[in-house]
Design a protein around this ligand. Structure first.
Ligand code: SF4
Length: 99
């Protein structure tokens, strides 16, 4: 699923700089996520970076846009052709390693 920002958003802007793909921008009323740029942070983090910093928990999986981990990783690779992603990649589909 792409991540979406719900109307609970308070426009704090905390999420925007956290996105590895530049998918978040200020919309007409609240911040918005461009689904074609969202990879749910697969390849970069074990959870969605925007959701991790949101103070009101309004960055949520969009049930209308369901995508597989492979599809999201392929998008990450297309968006970042110079990045060598770990195998397996960090992903919300897997638990973070115990520390
Ligand atoms: Fe960007 Fe990750 Fe949030 Fe998607 S889930 S909008 S890739 S920070």
């Amino acid at each position: 699923m792409a991540t979406m920002i719900t109307d609970v958003c308070i426009n704090c802007g905390a999420c925007e700089p956290e996105c590895p793909n530049g998918a978040i921008s200020q919309g007409e009323e609240i911040f918005v996520i461009e689904p074609s740029l969202c990879t749910e942070c697969v390849g970069f983090e074990h959870r969605e970076s925007c959701a991790a910093v949101c103070p009101v928990d309004c960055c949520l999986p969009d049930p209308r846009i369901v995508e597989t981990e492979d599809a999201l990783l392929s998008r990450a690779k297309a968006l970042h052709p110079d990045v060598v992603f770990p195998d397996p990649p960090p992903s919300r589909f897997r638990r973070a390693p115990e520390r």
